[in-house]
Design a protein around this ligand. Structure first.
Ligand SMILES: Nc1ncnc2c1ncn2[C@@H]1O[C@H](COP(=O)(O)OP(=O)(O)OP(=O)(O)O)[C@@H](O)[C@H]1O
Ligand SMILES: [Zn+2]
Length: 635
């Protein structure tokens, strides 16, 4: 029986047609991504676009079953697409790129999709896609695995919890002082070798970033000064790398493991309660007399580590110029890994810390969590199946409330699961304290790129103020870095154009009502989506209604309701994201509460708004477009 007949039997003819005309985006073609691609192809989604930035490594082959030995170093996205062609009925579009690259994947590019599947391995990209999904009200299926554990979470913007509604664990970091002066565990020496030493020696100058607002882990200004000076001196060592003069490798060893250690020893304070480090002796600094094999599973002697340091540094010095003066650490690149292993182990020895094997250091330096193919298959299977409910394609199980849908997580991913491997509770509504999805009403300003150079900040403020009935007293922030652009006593940037104040594609503006004595406030977050396919001079503000913000923690629900009725000018209806209700800002706590019960029928604002106009928009004309958005045509 052909696949299609089975699918029609399961979901019905109409739903099958809808599925065939659906477009989905798969972000990540690694462990979960390979499984997901196979699943959604078998489900016969009409169009599947696959984004992955990476190429295939040997270590991927045990679970990323679409890839073979011959594919190593090939892009994952295009290789995955080639591998599935023989059983594929969908239109497949691969992209090798970073999903966070706004020039390759601007906001309006995401808009073509009906649903997004995340199959990523890092927090930054997950957060980014979550943000995009919130601005576009685009359903997102978030997933992740670590060993035997995994989770799958459907996110329906405005209706269910987003990725940021619960706090995420961030990777552990260590104070600079621990890493640079007083290591006490192998990880401290590994971080020193990988994140600091390797970069100082083998990264291009431009990419070495020593910012000042880091966690030093000490207030001792002398100590901080010493660390900074040491950084500069170490950078000098890069000159030896550039010279390719391998006879100078002992100089590198002497600087790192004798001179710098002696300087540390001179700071008596550091060693009052710690074991003093012991620098290498001159006789220990010598290269290998013969080639010795580096055994991945055993630690070996200090002298073997020093010999390997010579060998691996020699190889990297030779590669440095050939690779345009920039080598990145990669756990699968034996030379870079062995450099980090030997440098970390020599440092461990000096600080009386146990040394580690190559295998152990690879796990730590590469942040490796063993990946298990079966876990990926289970999570991808659940994610693809739930997509049918998110798209409301199961006639026998129609979705009336998105919070009736289920997420899934394994026992260890939460202690709620007790003895079950998988738990699948219903989705929670958005968390009213979530920094991403619940704070304010959101929308997208669509504009042609010429507008960035034409529209002045004051023009934009006028437009926003008019369109959403904000009072005179407002504040405007660049939300990406909390930069103040305008408020009642800061108007210096008013006459600058958007590009002059560094606003551009992907900027997010936070526009807030700051009227002093009223209890009612509003706030709107607007994404600037620059699209050159729009006609020149187009600046389109979203047609949304900005919910009421009530200020003051001591207001009762009735008072909120009263204020709502009183202030006809302020809409309290559904935003574009579908969040319904009144938003109450608790200033003392900095908390924001969405009261979903307090929904008033709003006074719909007319789409034909007369704009009083900023100085440079002499004849701003608001045109009500088919999609009910406003288009501002500039002269
Ligand atoms: N910003 C991003 N844009 C596009 N693809 C991304 C981005 N970040 C991560 N990815 C991709 O997501 C995938 C995640 O897959 P997976 O968790 O299996 O990791 P992996 O890198 O393939 O394996 P491992 O890290 O275990 O060696 C990878 O293929 C990675 O390239
Ligand atoms: Zn959220």
């Amino acid at each position: 029986m052909p696949r299609e007949t089975n699918l029609v039997k399961i979901i019905g003819e109409d739903s099958f047609k809808k599925l065939r005309s659906s477009k989905c985006l798969l972000v990540g073609a690694g462990g979960i991504g390979s499984e997901l691609l196979k699943d959604i192809i078998l489900m016969e989604f009409g169009e599947i676009h696959i984004v992955d930035l990476d190429t295939i490594d040997l270590s991927n082959l045990n679970r990323q079953f679409l890839f073979r030995q011959k594919d190593i170093k090939q892009p994952k996205s295009t290789t995955a697409v080639k591998a599935v062609q023989h059983f594929n009925n969908s239109k497949l579009v691969p992209y090798q790129g970073n999903v966070m690259d706004i020039s390759a994947f601007p906001l309006h590019w995401f808009q073509q999709f009906d649903i997004v599947f995340n199959a990523l391995d890092n927090l930054a990209a997950r957060r980014y896609v979550n943000k995009i999904s919130q601005f576009l009200s685009l359903p997102l299926l978030e997933s992740g695995t670590a060993g035997f554990d995994g989770y799958m979470q459907p996110i329906i913007p405005g209706k269910t919890e987003c990725f940021e509604c619960t706090k995420k664990e961030t990777p552990k970091t260590f104070p600079v002082c621990t890493i640079r002066s007083t290591p006490s565990q192998p990880i401290h020496c590994i971080v020193w070798a990988k994140n600091f030493l390797f970069n100082q020696l083998f990264a291009s100058e431009a990419s070495i970033n020593e910012d000042d607002d880091k966690d030093w882990g000490t207030d001792d200004s002398e100590e901080i000064k010493r660390i900074k000076q040491e950084t500069n001196e170490l950078h000098e060592l890069q000159k030896i790398v550039i010279s390719k003069d391998v006879s100078r490798i002992p100089e590198i060893l002497r600087k790192l493991f004798v001179q710098d250690i002696n300087k540390l020893l001179a700071i008596e304070n550091l060693w009052k309660t710690r074991t003093r480090p012991v620098p290498l002796s001159d006789s220990q600094i010598k290269g290998p007399t013969q080639a010795i094999k580096f055994d991945s599973n055993s630690v070996g002697t200090l002298q073997e580590q020093i010999s390997h340091f010579f060998t691996t540094t020699r190889k990297l010095m030779d590669r440095y110029a050939k690779e345009q003066n920039h080598i990145e650490f990669d756990k699968d690149d034996a030379d870079t890994l062995e450099f980090v292993v030997t440098a970390a182990n020599i440092r461990c020895h000096i600080f009386n810390i146990p040394m580690k094997s190559v295998f152990d250091i690879k796990q730590i330096a590469g942040n490796i969590i063993p990946a298990i193919a079966t876990t990926n298959a289970i999570i991808a299977g659940l994610s693809s199946l739930i997509s049918l409910r998110v798209l409301n394609l199961l006639e026998y199980a129609p979705v009336t409330k998105y919070t009736d849908l289920n997420m899934a997580f394994t026992a260890k991913a939460s202690n709620l699961s007790q003895n079950r491997y998988l738990s699948n509770p219903k989705l929670a509504p958005p968390n009213c304290n979530c920094p991403v999805c619940s704070k304010v009403c959101r929308g997208v300003i669509r504009l042609s790129s010429d507008c960035l150079k034409k529209i002045k900040l004051s023009d934009l403020v006028c437009l926003i103020r008019e369109k959403y009935a904000f009072p005179n007293d407002i504040s405007l922030l660049d939300a990406s870095n909390q930069r103040l652009l305008l408020d009642y006593d800061f108007e210096d940037l008013n006459d600058r154009t958007l590009s002059e104040v560094n606003l551009g594609n992907g900027s997010i503006l936070l526009f807030s009502d700051e009227e002093g004595d009223t209890m009612v406030r509003k706030s709107i977050e607007l994404y600037l989506d620059v699209n050159d396919e729009l006609p020149h001079n187009t600046c389109r503000l979203p047609d949304i209604e900005v919910p009421l913000l009530k200020v003051g923690s001591n207001l009762s629900k009735n008072e909120v309701e009263e204020a709502n009725k009183r202030d006809n000018d302020i809409a309290t209806a559904t935003g574009s994201d579908g969040v319904e209700g009144i938003v109450v800002l608790d200033e003392d706590e900095g908390d924001i509460i969405i009261d979903t019960e307090q929904v008033n029928e709003s006074k719909k604002r007319s789409a034909d708004i007369e704009v009083s106009g900023g100085p440079s928009i002499k004849r701003a004309k608001l045109v009500n477009e088919l999609n009910n958005s406003d288009v501002v045509e500039l002269d």
